[in-house]
Design a protein around this ligand. Structure first.
Ligand SMILES: [Cu+2]
Length: 312
Protein backbone atom coordinates (compact mmCIF):
# COMPACT_ATOMS: atom_id res chain seq x y z
CA UNK A 1 0.00 0.00 0.00
CA UNK A 2 3.02 2.23 0.53
CA UNK A 3 3.66 1.94 -3.20
CA UNK A 4 0.11 3.07 -3.95
CA UNK A 5 0.54 6.22 -1.93
CA UNK A 6 3.93 6.72 -3.52
CA UNK A 7 2.73 6.55 -7.09
CA UNK A 8 1.57 10.13 -7.13
CA UNK A 9 1.73 11.81 -3.74
CA UNK A 10 5.49 11.85 -3.18
CA UNK A 11 6.69 12.25 -6.74
CA UNK A 12 7.64 15.56 -8.29
CA UNK A 13 6.04 16.68 -11.52
CA UNK A 14 8.25 16.99 -14.59
CA UNK A 15 11.39 15.76 -12.89
CA UNK A 16 12.54 12.99 -10.54
CA UNK A 17 12.66 13.81 -6.80
CA UNK A 18 15.19 12.70 -4.20
CA UNK A 19 13.92 9.54 -2.53
CA UNK A 20 11.10 9.24 -5.02
CA UNK A 21 9.09 6.03 -5.27
CA UNK A 22 6.61 5.40 -8.02
CA UNK A 23 6.06 7.47 -11.13
CA UNK A 24 6.62 11.17 -11.78
CA UNK A 25 3.50 13.30 -11.31
CA UNK A 26 0.95 13.19 -14.13
CA UNK A 27 0.58 16.31 -16.30
CA UNK A 28 -1.36 14.93 -19.28
CA UNK A 29 -4.44 12.74 -19.79
CA UNK A 30 -2.32 9.78 -20.99
CA UNK A 31 -0.04 10.08 -17.97
CA UNK A 32 -3.05 10.26 -15.63
CA UNK A 33 -4.39 7.04 -17.18
CA UNK A 34 -0.96 5.39 -16.77
CA UNK A 35 -1.10 6.32 -13.07
CA UNK A 36 -4.59 4.81 -12.71
CA UNK A 37 -3.47 1.60 -14.38
CA UNK A 38 -0.29 1.47 -12.28
CA UNK A 39 -2.30 1.84 -9.07
CA UNK A 40 -4.83 -0.78 -10.19
CA UNK A 41 -2.17 -3.36 -11.06
CA UNK A 42 -0.37 -2.63 -7.79
CA UNK A 43 -3.52 -3.50 -5.81
CA UNK A 44 -3.62 -6.89 -7.58
CA UNK A 45 0.11 -7.49 -7.05
CA UNK A 46 -0.05 -6.66 -3.34
CA UNK A 47 -3.19 -8.79 -2.87
CA UNK A 48 -1.59 -11.83 -4.56
CA UNK A 49 1.66 -11.43 -2.61
CA UNK A 50 -0.23 -11.22 0.70
CA UNK A 51 -2.44 -14.19 -0.20
CA UNK A 52 0.53 -16.41 -1.16
CA UNK A 53 2.46 -15.37 1.95
CA UNK A 54 -0.46 -16.19 4.26
CA UNK A 55 -1.07 -19.49 2.46
CA UNK A 56 2.58 -20.51 2.89
CA UNK A 57 2.62 -19.56 6.56
CA UNK A 58 -0.58 -21.57 7.11
CA UNK A 59 0.83 -24.63 5.30
CA UNK A 60 4.07 -24.45 7.28
CA UNK A 61 2.15 -24.25 10.52
CA UNK A 62 -0.70 -26.68 9.82
CA UNK A 63 1.04 -29.37 7.74
CA UNK A 64 4.53 -29.67 9.20
CA UNK A 65 5.74 -33.11 10.33
CA UNK A 66 4.75 -32.56 13.95
CA UNK A 67 1.20 -31.28 13.50
CA UNK A 68 0.45 -33.57 10.52
CA UNK A 69 2.46 -36.85 10.89
CA UNK A 70 0.28 -38.83 8.41
CA UNK A 71 0.09 -36.79 5.17
CA UNK A 72 -2.90 -37.21 2.89
CA UNK A 73 -2.34 -39.30 -0.29
CA UNK A 74 -4.74 -37.21 -2.40
CA UNK A 75 -3.36 -36.68 -5.94
CA UNK A 76 -6.32 -35.00 -7.69
CA UNK A 77 -8.99 -32.50 -6.81
CA UNK A 78 -11.08 -31.41 -9.76
CA UNK A 79 -12.58 -28.34 -8.12
CA UNK A 80 -9.20 -27.09 -6.90
CA UNK A 81 -7.54 -27.70 -10.29
CA UNK A 82 -10.25 -25.83 -12.17
CA UNK A 83 -10.04 -22.99 -9.65
CA UNK A 84 -6.27 -22.52 -9.87
CA UNK A 85 -6.52 -22.42 -13.65
CA UNK A 86 -9.59 -20.24 -14.04
CA UNK A 87 -8.91 -17.65 -11.32
CA UNK A 88 -5.47 -16.61 -12.70
CA UNK A 89 -7.02 -16.39 -16.20
CA UNK A 90 -9.71 -14.09 -14.83
CA UNK A 91 -7.06 -11.96 -13.11
CA UNK A 92 -5.09 -11.69 -16.37
CA UNK A 93 -8.22 -10.71 -18.29
CA UNK A 94 -9.01 -8.11 -15.63
CA UNK A 95 -5.53 -6.65 -16.21
CA UNK A 96 -5.62 -7.00 -20.00
CA UNK A 97 -8.85 -5.04 -20.54
CA UNK A 98 -7.70 -1.72 -18.99
CA UNK A 99 -4.21 -2.34 -20.40
CA UNK A 100 -5.46 -2.52 -24.00
CA UNK A 101 -7.80 0.39 -23.35
CA UNK A 102 -4.76 2.45 -22.24
CA UNK A 103 -2.69 1.36 -25.26
CA UNK A 104 -5.54 2.35 -27.54
CA UNK A 105 -5.75 5.76 -25.85
CA UNK A 106 -2.00 6.33 -26.23
CA UNK A 107 -2.08 5.49 -29.94
CA UNK A 108 -5.35 7.19 -30.90
CA UNK A 109 -3.97 10.55 -31.94
CA UNK A 110 -6.42 13.39 -31.40
CA UNK A 111 -6.39 16.32 -33.82
CA UNK A 112 -3.16 18.23 -33.19
CA UNK A 113 -3.13 21.94 -32.28
CA UNK A 114 0.66 22.08 -32.55
CA UNK A 115 3.10 19.81 -34.33
CA UNK A 116 6.73 19.54 -33.26
CA UNK A 117 9.48 17.61 -34.98
CA UNK A 118 12.15 16.14 -32.72
CA UNK A 119 15.35 14.75 -34.22
CA UNK A 120 17.91 12.78 -32.22
CA UNK A 121 21.56 13.41 -33.01
CA UNK A 122 24.73 12.03 -31.46
CA UNK A 123 24.38 13.44 -28.77
CA UNK A 124 21.74 16.15 -28.59
CA UNK A 125 18.25 16.88 -29.84
CA UNK A 126 16.96 19.28 -32.45
CA UNK A 127 13.39 20.58 -32.39
CA UNK A 128 11.42 22.20 -35.20
CA UNK A 129 7.96 23.70 -35.57
CA UNK A 130 6.88 22.76 -39.13
CA UNK A 131 3.49 24.54 -38.90
CA UNK A 132 5.05 27.81 -37.75
CA UNK A 133 7.46 28.54 -40.58
CA UNK A 134 9.61 25.53 -39.64
CA UNK A 135 11.84 27.42 -37.23
CA UNK A 136 14.17 25.11 -35.34
CA UNK A 137 16.80 24.97 -32.62
CA UNK A 138 19.15 22.51 -30.97
CA UNK A 139 18.61 21.34 -27.41
CA UNK A 140 21.73 20.56 -25.41
CA UNK A 141 22.39 19.83 -21.77
CA UNK A 142 23.63 22.76 -19.64
CA UNK A 143 27.01 22.40 -17.96
CA UNK A 144 27.48 23.21 -14.27
CA UNK A 145 28.61 26.80 -14.89
CA UNK A 146 25.52 27.61 -16.97
CA UNK A 147 23.32 25.97 -14.37
CA UNK A 148 24.85 27.98 -11.56
CA UNK A 149 24.03 31.14 -13.49
CA UNK A 150 20.34 30.20 -13.73
CA UNK A 151 20.18 29.11 -10.10
CA UNK A 152 21.68 32.50 -9.11
CA UNK A 153 18.72 34.06 -10.94
CA UNK A 154 16.33 31.84 -8.96
CA UNK A 155 15.47 29.71 -11.98
CA UNK A 156 15.49 25.97 -11.21
CA UNK A 157 18.14 24.12 -13.22
CA UNK A 158 18.48 20.46 -12.20
CA UNK A 159 21.73 18.68 -12.99
CA UNK A 160 21.77 16.45 -16.10
CA UNK A 161 18.27 17.70 -17.01
CA UNK A 162 18.41 21.47 -17.54
CA UNK A 163 18.84 22.39 -21.22
CA UNK A 164 19.84 25.50 -23.17
CA UNK A 165 16.85 25.62 -25.53
CA UNK A 166 13.60 24.29 -24.11
CA UNK A 167 10.76 23.07 -26.29
CA UNK A 168 7.90 25.51 -25.67
CA UNK A 169 4.23 24.51 -25.91
CA UNK A 170 0.94 26.12 -24.85
CA UNK A 171 -1.03 24.63 -21.96
CA UNK A 172 -4.14 22.52 -22.64
CA UNK A 173 -3.39 22.09 -26.34
CA UNK A 174 -2.83 18.80 -28.14
CA UNK A 175 0.81 18.56 -29.14
CA UNK A 176 1.82 16.04 -31.77
CA UNK A 177 5.51 15.13 -31.78
CA UNK A 178 7.05 13.69 -34.94
CA UNK A 179 10.17 11.88 -33.83
CA UNK A 180 13.10 10.81 -35.97
CA UNK A 181 16.90 10.51 -35.80
CA UNK A 182 19.88 11.65 -37.83
CA UNK A 183 20.01 9.36 -40.92
CA UNK A 184 23.69 8.79 -40.23
CA UNK A 185 23.15 8.34 -36.50
CA UNK A 186 21.73 5.79 -34.11
CA UNK A 187 18.38 5.08 -32.43
CA UNK A 188 17.38 7.43 -29.60
CA UNK A 189 14.11 7.79 -27.71
CA UNK A 190 12.11 10.95 -27.03
CA UNK A 191 10.55 10.76 -23.57
CA UNK A 192 8.76 13.00 -21.10
CA UNK A 193 7.58 10.82 -18.17
CA UNK A 194 5.06 13.34 -16.80
CA UNK A 195 3.29 13.40 -20.20
CA UNK A 196 3.36 9.61 -20.60
CA UNK A 197 5.20 10.20 -23.89
CA UNK A 198 7.90 7.78 -25.00
CA UNK A 199 8.77 6.81 -28.54
CA UNK A 200 11.89 5.63 -30.36
CA UNK A 201 13.69 8.03 -32.71
CA UNK A 202 14.72 5.82 -35.60
CA UNK A 203 17.04 7.01 -38.41
CA UNK A 204 15.11 7.30 -41.67
CA UNK A 205 11.70 6.84 -40.06
CA UNK A 206 9.13 9.04 -38.41
CA UNK A 207 7.42 7.85 -35.24
CA UNK A 208 4.80 9.82 -33.33
CA UNK A 209 3.74 10.56 -29.81
CA UNK A 210 1.24 13.07 -28.46
CA UNK A 211 0.48 14.83 -25.22
CA UNK A 212 -1.87 17.47 -23.88
CA UNK A 213 -0.14 19.27 -21.02
CA UNK A 214 -2.60 20.19 -18.28
CA UNK A 215 -0.22 22.17 -16.07
CA UNK A 216 2.21 25.02 -16.75
CA UNK A 217 5.83 24.44 -15.82
CA UNK A 218 8.96 22.69 -16.99
CA UNK A 219 8.90 18.98 -17.78
CA UNK A 220 12.11 17.02 -18.26
CA UNK A 221 12.91 13.75 -19.97
CA UNK A 222 16.03 11.94 -21.06
CA UNK A 223 16.94 9.91 -24.13
CA UNK A 224 15.57 6.47 -23.25
CA UNK A 225 17.24 4.26 -25.82
CA UNK A 226 20.83 3.21 -25.03
CA UNK A 227 22.42 5.13 -27.89
CA UNK A 228 26.10 5.41 -27.05
CA UNK A 229 28.76 7.44 -25.29
CA UNK A 230 26.68 10.46 -24.25
CA UNK A 231 23.34 8.69 -23.92
CA UNK A 232 22.94 9.98 -20.37
CA UNK A 233 23.59 13.58 -21.39
CA UNK A 234 20.93 14.38 -23.97
CA UNK A 235 17.97 15.56 -21.88
CA UNK A 236 14.80 17.16 -23.20
CA UNK A 237 13.03 20.04 -21.48
CA UNK A 238 9.46 20.99 -22.39
CA UNK A 239 8.27 24.35 -21.07
CA UNK A 240 4.47 24.58 -20.84
CA UNK A 241 3.32 28.20 -20.91
CA UNK A 242 0.11 30.18 -21.32
CA UNK A 243 -1.27 30.67 -24.81
CA UNK A 244 -0.24 34.36 -24.83
CA UNK A 245 3.33 33.57 -23.82
CA UNK A 246 3.52 30.88 -26.47
CA UNK A 247 2.19 33.26 -29.14
CA UNK A 248 4.78 35.92 -28.18
CA UNK A 249 7.61 33.37 -28.15
CA UNK A 250 6.69 31.68 -31.43
CA UNK A 251 6.22 35.06 -33.11
CA UNK A 252 9.76 36.10 -32.14
CA UNK A 253 11.16 32.71 -33.22
CA UNK A 254 9.38 32.90 -36.59
CA UNK A 255 10.60 36.44 -37.17
CA UNK A 256 14.16 35.34 -36.30
CA UNK A 257 13.83 32.47 -38.75
CA UNK A 258 12.66 34.83 -41.51
CA UNK A 259 15.52 37.25 -40.76
CA UNK A 260 17.97 34.36 -40.98
CA UNK A 261 16.56 33.29 -44.36
CA UNK A 262 16.68 36.88 -45.63
CA UNK A 263 20.31 37.14 -44.53
CA UNK A 264 21.20 34.03 -46.49
CA UNK A 265 19.61 35.44 -49.65
CA UNK A 266 21.15 38.88 -49.20
CA UNK A 267 24.08 39.79 -51.48
CA UNK A 268 24.85 43.14 -49.86
CA UNK A 269 27.25 42.57 -46.95
CA UNK A 270 26.04 45.45 -44.75
CA UNK A 271 22.40 44.52 -45.14
CA UNK A 272 23.27 40.93 -44.49
CA UNK A 273 25.04 41.78 -41.28
CA UNK A 274 22.05 43.87 -40.26
CA UNK A 275 19.68 40.96 -40.89
CA UNK A 276 21.87 38.65 -38.84
CA UNK A 277 21.96 41.16 -36.01
CA UNK A 278 18.16 41.38 -36.19
CA UNK A 279 17.95 37.58 -35.99
CA UNK A 280 20.21 37.53 -32.93
CA UNK A 281 18.08 40.20 -31.21
CA UNK A 282 14.85 38.29 -31.92
CA UNK A 283 16.27 35.04 -30.52
CA UNK A 284 17.40 36.97 -27.45
CA UNK A 285 13.88 38.36 -27.11
CA UNK A 286 12.38 34.85 -27.39
CA UNK A 287 14.81 33.58 -24.71
CA UNK A 288 13.84 36.48 -22.46
CA UNK A 289 10.13 35.61 -22.81
CA UNK A 290 10.85 32.06 -21.66
CA UNK A 291 13.13 33.23 -18.87
CA UNK A 292 10.32 35.45 -17.54
CA UNK A 293 7.89 32.54 -17.78
CA UNK A 294 10.36 30.36 -15.87
CA UNK A 295 10.58 32.99 -13.13
CA UNK A 296 6.79 33.16 -12.86
CA UNK A 297 6.54 29.38 -12.73
CA UNK A 298 9.28 28.70 -10.20
CA UNK A 299 6.78 29.02 -7.35
CA UNK A 300 5.03 25.93 -8.71
CA UNK A 301 7.51 23.74 -6.88
CA UNK A 302 10.24 23.89 -4.31
CA UNK A 303 13.34 25.35 -5.92
CA UNK A 304 15.79 23.58 -3.62
CA UNK A 305 14.15 20.25 -4.32
CA UNK A 306 14.43 20.67 -8.08
CA UNK A 307 18.04 21.79 -7.96
CA UNK A 308 18.88 18.84 -5.72
CA UNK A 309 17.84 16.31 -8.37
CA UNK A 310 20.79 14.11 -9.29
CA UNK A 311 23.12 15.82 -6.82
CA UNK A 312 23.52 12.82 -4.53
CU1 LIG B 1 20.17 9.01 -27.41
Amino acid sequence: MIFLAASSAWAGMGHPSPGQMGLQGAASPVSAEIHNFYDFVNVIIVAIAVFVLLLMLYVMYRFNEQSNPNPSRTAHNTLLEVAWTVIPILILVAIAIPSFRLLNFQYSYPKADITIKATGYTWYWAHAYPDLGDFSFETRMLDDAAREELIAENIPAPRNLAVDNEVVVPVNKVVNVLVTADPEGVIHDWTIPSFGSKVDAVPGRVTTTWFKPTVEGIFYGQCSELCGKDHAFMPIGVRVVSEETFAAWSEAMQAANTAGKDARGEKDKTKRREKLREKKELIKKAKQIIREAALRQRGNRKLAEVNAVGMQ
